[in-house]
Design a protein around this ligand. Structure first.
Ligand SMILES: Cc1cc2nc3c(=O)[nH]c(=O)nc-3n(C[C@H](O)[C@H](O)[C@H](O)COP(=O)(O)OP(=O)(O)OC[C@H]3O[C@@H](n4cnc5c(N)ncnc54)[C@H](O)[C@@H]3O)c2cc1C
Length: 387
């Protein structure tokens, strides 16, 4: 009981510090950085100082060792202020967790302390020009050259942190002819070097500021001891395990965006008047606010529940999938409803509603599309209820 209340108090202090940081160091700059699509280098430095790049990395490797539940609440808060900064640590931490959960002792000792400080930052390199959902169709190949290196050739696209980061958990084929295909897939910890180039920074609808890139690998050498876990053929599973955390991240982002949209709508509806009264007194607006608030609360509960299951070490692909599906659709719906409530001002670049409306669609695509989440949920439902 004491330990539980100590943990709750610790979480409260961490979240209060995050809120203070967001209000003082992030919110005042969001509008300019977003509209000029500028990488928030100063904010990243301050996130490093506060240990955010290592927030869920174990303390023995220099991280803060926070639970996934606390981490989800941090991401929710960040996304309510500016979703782009959550992406800078989200895919970095998926990379870190791939190493923490699957790496050899040497790999953990070599990489995790540098990931925790943010000295080495990056993300996950999975998607290619010809495939995203069907990851077993990737064509990037890593061939063993002697005892010391892999030589990588291929293309990746839509890679977050591709330009400003310097390392990736890179999904490759170490045996392109393997059957089943996943047995020929591996993950390399790939630090930038000769042959690893950023071919293009992609222009996006929203999620501005953060770099999303196309990458080229041409005879790029990776030391053989950077093969995650030291055994070939386990890469797809290592990445899929990481994506469970990724889905909780994205669900938390959805909660943040949905919450920000509701907050703006509740405030605006009390000051905007039509026909002699604030619009919040019109039933048509009340119906929207009621639905938005209920949707937000349901999304939040699903997300916290999935994070708690992950913290207990339980299999939670169904829970994470449900949270991701529901919370990201909630972000879509709440941002659209907030725009309707704001009328023309919702469409203005001077207010934040249009940003929330542009940010939300990424969430229904990234970390597994919402179509795929429904399929994952249904498969698990059947698996857990076999007759
Ligand atoms: C801003 C942004 C950042 C990203 N960051 C990263 C990153 O850091 N690293 C990375 O590796 N990737 C990243 N991605 C890529 C993202 O993960 C993929 O876009 C996503 O997995 C979907 O793949 P796809 O775009 O190739 O769509 P496709 O796989 O081509 O799917 C197209 C459509 O077909 C549907 N579909 C596909 N297969 C099935 C099926 N079996 N049954 C039913 N429907 C199906 C999908 O749901 C979708 O509606 C990012 C994308 C964006 C937009």
């Amino acid at each position: 009981m004491v330990a539980k209340s100590e943990a709750a108090e610790h979480e409260r202090l961490v979240l209060a510090a995050v809120d203070k940081f967001l209000e003082a160091e992030v919110r005042p700059h969001v509008h300019a950085l977003e509209h000029d699509d500028v990488y928030p280098a100063d904010i990243v430095e301050k996130m490093k100082e506060r240990g955010l790049f290592g927030c869920i990395i174990a303390p023995e490797y220099g991280g803060l060792g926070l639970s996934t539940s606390t981490y989800a609440k941090i991401i929710e808060r960040m996304s309510a202020v500016w979703m782009s900064i959550s992406g800078i640590i989200n895919s970095h931490l998926i990379m870190a967790m791939v190493v923490q959960r699957n790496g050899t002792d040497e790999q953990k000792a070599k990489f995790l302390p540098r990931f925790a400080t943010g000295e080495v930052r990056g993300g996950i390199g999975l998607t290619e020009p010809d495939c995203g959902t069907d990851l077993q169709a990737i064509r990037t190949v890593a061939r063993r050259a002697g005892n010391n290196d892999y030589v990588v050739n291929g293309r990746k696209t839509w890679i977050s942190n591709g330009l400003h980061g310097n390392c990736l958990a890179l999904l490759v084929k170490t045996d392109p002819n393997a059957n089943p295909r996943h047995k020929g897939m591996s993950v390399l910890i790939a630090e930038k070097g000769p042959g690893f180039t950023v071919s293009r920074k992609l222009e996006k609808l929203g999620y501005k500021g953060i770099d999303t890139c196309e990458l080229a690998f041409d005879d790029y050498k990776v030391p053989a001891d950077c093969l995650v876990g030291g055994v070939e053929g386990r890469g797809l599973q290592q990445i899929l395990n990481g994506l469970e955390l990724g889905r909780i991240n994205v669900a938390a982002r959805g909660v943040g965006v949905a919450a920000a949209a509701l907050k703006e709508a509740v405030a605006y509806s009390q000051v905007r008047k039509t026909f002699g009264k604030p619009i919040c007194e019109h039933q048509a607006i009340q119906l929207k606010l009621g639905d938005m608030a209920t949707r937000l609360e349901a999304a939040r509960l699903l997300t916290y529940r999935a994070a708690e299951a992950y913290d207990r070490g339980e299999r939670c692909d169904m829970e994470a999938g449900m949270a991701k599906l529901f919370a990201t659709e909630a972000a879509m719906e709440n941002s659209l409803e907030a725009m309707r409530i704001h009328g023309a001002y919702g469409y203005s670049k001077e207010f934040s509603i249009e940003r929330l409306y542009r940010d939300a669609p990424l969430l229904i695509i990234g970390e597994g599309t919402n179509e795929m989440q429904r399929i994952i949920i249904a498969k698990q439902l059947i698996e857990r209820n076999r007759v």
